[in-house]
Ligand binder design. Structure first.
Ligand code: SF4
Length: 324
């Protein structure tokens, strides 16, 4: 049986043109007084690069390609169809993509251009369209999804963000995004302010997670293990910040669902400013196996049943509930 015949239709294929058009108009209007993310800069992006994200009312794409570095349920055999947007609404001092996220390396793209990129990725056999750092470009992206839908796009849409969202804006994506994939970085607001320049991150990310989960529920997969819809949470374990990680997994288990699919990531490296500035000494090294295992043990203890783990960082055999 083919994947196409067993997969449900992506959300956005059922959304009427009227609703799409109203959402696009609402989102586009926000460029003039921008509140698209939790920074709530209220600047006029039609006049230039005024806000914290340093992007005007143009979308910029740094690259797009089938990506084989994502979770197995996204990359499958043919890759996740990633479209990397330039700049970011967070300013992490350890960003591994800082040329794209902080230095605006990207080319201007219209909604029409982005729709064509999505269709090209679908033609290459990608299993989803995965918008990376989408938040500050959401008006263009929603318009691109509508154009691509009208031209036949039939893949799940992945919203691959840093979690520094606003629930009011996420509501405009209801019925459009199929898979939310926030990278929940901090439960410790002091750390969030210091290392990601994101004030009040925890209250914003928890509200956003609740809205995402309300919209799409727990992650669902088809009969060959490809994600078709739902919430996939990532957390990158940071050196010297184990309590931070533990509170993240506790919140997910207690306030969302023990069935939440959680990727606990171990690949932290002190990129960008984290390796050069003494001020960031606490995060100037990779994590240890002991640190990773402590977080994983805590995650299991919370009752989370769908953990996606880095086996190379575990000394024991995986638990029966661990996926990989
Ligand atoms: S997207 Fe966020 S960071 Fe950028 S201008 Fe709008 S509110 Fe500010």
């Amino acid at each position: 049986m083919s994947v196409e015949s067993t997969d449900p239709e992506p959300n956005y294929r059922q959304l009427s043109d009227d609703v799409f058009d109203r959402r696009i108009a609402d989102l586009r209007g926000r460029y003039a007084n921008c509140d698209l993310c939790a920074y709530e800069c209220y600047v006029d992006r039609t006049a230039g690069r005024e806000g914290t994200c340093q992007v005007d009312d143009t979308a910029y794409v740094s690259s797009y390609f089938p990506h084989f570095g994502e979770e197995d349920c996204l990359k499958g055999h043919n890759g996740s169809g990633t479209i990397f947007l330039a700049n970011c609404n967070m300013k992490c001092v350890f960003c591994q993509n800082f040329e794209t996220s902080h230095e605006a390396k990207g080319d201007p793209a219209t909604a029409e251009d982005i729709a064509e990129m999505a269709l090209e990725l679908e033609a290459k056999g990608c299993h989803n369209v995965n918008f990376v750092s989408p938040t500050h470009h959401s008006p263009h992206l929603v318009e691109a999804i509508k154009i691509a839908k009208d031209r036949g796009l039939d893949l799940p849409i992945v919203w691959n963000c840093g979690g520094y969202e606003r629930a009011e804006i996420l509501e405009k994506l209801d019925g459009i995004v199929d898979i939310y994939m926030p990278d929940v970085k901090w439960s410790d607001d002091q750390a969030a302010a210091k290392y990601s320049k994101a004030p009040n991150y925890w209250s914003n990310v928890t509200e956003s997670l609740e809205e995402m989960h309300r919209q799409v529920g727990d992650l669902r997969m088809n009969d060959i293990g490809l994600a078709t819809g739902g919430l996939l949470v990532r957390h990158l374990v940071m050196p010297n910040h184990l309590d931070n990680a533990k509170r993240v997994v506790e919140f997910i288990a207690e306030e969302l669902s023990e069935q939440t699919f959680v990727d606990i990531m171990a690949q932290y490296q002190p990129y960008y400013k984290a390796k050069t500035e003494d001020f960031y000494g606490e995060i100037s090294r990779p994590i240890t196996q002991k640190e990773y295992e402590e977080v994983v043990t805590h995650a299991r203890d919370t009752g989370l049943e769908r953990l996606y783990l880095d086996q190379s960082m575990l000394s024991e055999r995986p638990g029966i509930t661990d996926l990989f």
